[in-house]
Design a protein. Sequence first.
Length: 462
Amino acid sequence: MALEDVLYPFLNLYHRSPFWFKHFVGYFYRIIPNQIKYGKFYNEYANRIIRFQKLNKAETQQETEKLLIKNVNQAINNIEFYKNYKAIKSIDDFQNLPIITKDVINSNRSLFLNNKKQSYFLKANTGGSSGTPFTFYIHKGKTRPKEKAHFDWYWGNNGYQKGKPILMIRGKSLKNNKAFEYNSLDNKLILNCNLINEATIHKINKKISSFKPEFIHAYPSSLSIFTKVYKAYVNSNKFALNVNTVYLGSEGLSDIDLNNFKLFYNANIVNWYGHSECLAHAGRDAQTGNFEFHSFYGYVELLDENDNVITSTNKIGKIIATGFDNEVMPLVRYDTGDFGEISDVNEFQNSAIVILKNIEGRDKSVIYLKDGTEVSLTSLIFGEHHKEFEFIKEIQIIQNKLGEIFVHIVQLKEMSEKEIKGFKKSLQNKVAVNTLDVTIKVVEKIKKTPRGKHILLLQNLK
């Protein structure tokens, strides 16, 4: 068993410990070899990446198909939902399998679980960038080591050096609602994204200046808020410190924000597409802006409204993903809820290589507290993995006044009054005291666009 799995139950205890203890433990944890920390699958996946980097396009296609067929057949052999399907032998066979959605899984969750692997179940959830929460299971000993190995490779390819100081602006809620906190496990200074304003920026700037981060890891919306407040405070169009690279994920990144960040931080901007279900990952090319999916991570299709694979450029379709390496709850042909547009350079004869020039569905909405502080919904709600998500089918936020939001919920399972109050308290605890009033209302349906697309935030403040 990986050391991380042994220590994981004690993580909350670590976070409650005195600073000197966390600093001491963090220093020694950082120098432990990765295979000991994350287990043997860390190296297995890292070696897969190395092997794929040496393949030509035809070989990549062959190896990707092998991975796909192996993982799908594991699902067919062990998951009740697929009991009436035969093992696949080709991509054509694979494309005869049904598309699954969050609604399908939520209505039949037990049918998607491999009960032979119950000891490897790790419960997880996501708020969903589109406002559709989802609870699922990842594979203990595989999913987290894979994620670590993947991002060690991806960040390392884009400038990161292990152990170097990172400024994190990603919606992390902090103990006692502090403005910032040092994480010695990863040498990170973590900012409370819901507390970046004129009143806190002086001490935040002082701490950042002494910490001297070489890298920034952020949600685009949270970095945008920080940049705006910081620029006004220092009265400068340049960040005061030398930053090598800014890493941005979990939300869409507009061309305007991309260029603004480049100019202000004078750094490389690395942007990617991924999601909590750990099925697909794509890096954004710095020159073309295209997103190229990594075929050793998972398999991706772009389908039209009739669930046919799109075979021509400049067409928008649904991003459908099939994950590798999760035997406890394998998701096959899963509708991510996101949309992409095929790039002009996509090679349709090679289904392992998917290149998109645009991805839609990655919301960057913000609300405003009573004191005018901007707060990203990703940092407040959807990046926080609230336990109440397992009761919620859809969620929508409405704001008509500063510091006041209405949260409309379509229930997946009935929530008790205690659970609703707990969710309300959890949201309010993410921001400064008395800066946000929350009213939660259970509704039958959520207002959508004329085309049926979910509207995450109805922002009526101008």
